[in-house]
Design a protein around this ligand. Structure first.
Ligand code: UD1
Length: 424
């Protein structure tokens, strides 16, 4: 079959925040094929295995209706160098076997940089051709190069052919770094595509009942009110890898913990540190470690309540009904913006300034005084927020349309293409 009637796209996922960003793209490709659009897209899903636990990976595949990966590299944990090197070594074999026209990488994790680097340097046979590299969530900058994600973003953006941007700041950052405007496309946010696609399904989650935040629905179908609660996530090395930094954040949460229970689904990195640092003693006398599979009466008490990491639908449900979310995650800043939930970001900076401009997010810093102050302000926050441009559930459809056009340009000219913005 000729490349004008079909072409192959490889999408890479590796770590938890990749799954919800890639799922809509895979769905949009499937929809394009089902509608009989020309060219047909052969899709190959590669999971590097950077995250491998049932709760960090498998659960997201079922929650997001993701297909079973065509290739699983089984890379697992390691130092940044060891993990990235292993991803690169194994992904090269996949590329040489599949010879796709496009490789799609998402976000800013080690799998993103590893697979884009391999693609940038691969050479298929005597033609010397290589796939186009499409980076989804391009252009975000924290301007903090001590974050491994910032290095991953910068390198990936500079070797990509198609830069799919979620917010205006991304366009500005890429321009300032000298990246050609022709490569940049403001398509919206595929993570928000997932949120909008799954929020109704998430409402059917039983997580609120399991955590004792809502009584079981009554026989006449009336649902019970939801008790007020806060939601907390922490996993950045700068926040959890030092005992003093971690303790300082917990102290900044003390006032909130007397107001309402704070639910804290704990990332594996954070759990290891809690064990090492013996932080249970400092979280508060009433802290309980519960597994969400079993209701625990202690959850009704106030304090910080640890749970296992949650699946996508359970977490979305918990986020949607929270009074406030305190986090150091990038994605959660965006999800709370879309849901209109007050968010306090426990970091010195954000690569997602639109979440602050839209009115839901405060960058609190990491001292206990500033965290407590930001929480106080957010608990009294009133007024509507705005939704960023193109965060409308259609980002993945736009991306697939651009991939099709980029492939057409490339097949009509033998050399490495630059995709004019006018095609977007
Ligand atoms: C990675 C990403 C980060 C993202 C985060 C979301 C990079 C550089 N960092 O950080 O941007 O926000 O994922 O979770 O790519 N572990 C498990 N089970 C797993 C995965 C990890 O137990 O399924 C443990 C391992 O002990 C590992 C540690 O968690 O050493 C950290 O995992 P790693 O993938 O290195 O980085 P994250 O902190 O998860």
């Amino acid at each position: 079959m000729s490349s004008s009637t079909h072409f192959k796209v490889v999408t890479v996922v590796g770590a938890r925040p990749n799954f919800m960003k890639a799922a809509p793209i895979i769905r949009a490709i499937r929809a394009s094929n089902e509608e009989g659009k020309n060219p047909r897209i052969d899709h190959v899903l590669v999971h590097t295995g950077q995250h491998y636990d049932a709760v960090m990976s498998d659960r997201f595949f079922s929650d997001l209706d993701l297909p079973v990966p065509d290739a699983h590299l089984g890379v697992g944990s390691g130092s940044h160098a060891a993990q990235t090197a292993e991803i690169m070594r194994k992904f090269e074999d996949v590329l040489l076997k599949e010879r796709p026209a496009v490789v799609v990488v998402v976000g800013d994790v080690n799998s993103t940089i590893g697979c884009s680097l391999v693609t940038a340097k691969i050479s298929f046979g005597s033609t010397g051709s290589r796939p186009l590299i499409a980076h989804v969530e391009a252009g975000l900058r924290s301007f903090d190069r001590s974050m491994p994600e910032e290095i991953n973003r910068i390198v990936t953006d500079h070797i990509s052919d198609l830069l799919f941007v979620t917010e205006d700041s991304g366009i500005k950052n890429l321009h300032n770094e000298g990246i050609s405007a022709e490569k940049i496309h403001l398509v919206g946010n595929t993570m928000i595509d997932s949120l909008l696609a799954f929020q109704d399904k998430a409402e059917a989650s039983m997580v609120l009942e399991q955590l004792g935040l809502r009584g079981r629905t009554q026989k006449n179908g009336t649902s019970n009110p939801i008790a007020p609660y806060a939601l907390l996530t922490l996993h950045r090395p700068s926040n959890v890898d030092s005992r003093d930094a971690f303790l300082n954040i917990l102290e900044g949460l003390e006032e909130l913990a007397t107001d309402c229970p704070i639910f804290f689904p704990v990332h594996p990195r954070t759990r290891q540190r809690i064990r090492e640092f013996d932080l249970g003693l400092h979280v508060g006398a009433e802290a309980a470690q519960v597994n969400i599979d079993g209701h625990d009466a202690r959850n009704n008490r106030r304090g910080i309540i640890l749970t296992d990491p949650l699946g996508y639908l359970d977490f979305l449900c918990l986020m949607k009904h929270a009074r406030i979310v305190v986090t150091d995650s990038g994605g959660i800043q965006e999800e709370t913006t879309c849901l209109g939930i007050p968010c306090v970001t426990v970091r010195e900076n954000t690569e997602r300034p639109v979440t602050v401009e839209s009115g839901t997010n405060i960058i609190a810093g990491t001292t206990k005084e500033r965290i407590a102050g930001a929480i106080r302000r957010q608990m009294h926050r009133k007024g509507a927020n705005s939704i960023p441009k193109n965060w409308d559930g259609q980002a993945a459809t736009r991306i697939v349309e651009i991939l099709v056009r980029a492939n057409a340009v490339r097949t009509s000219s033998a050399c490495q293409p630059v995709i004019p913005q006018s095609l977007a």
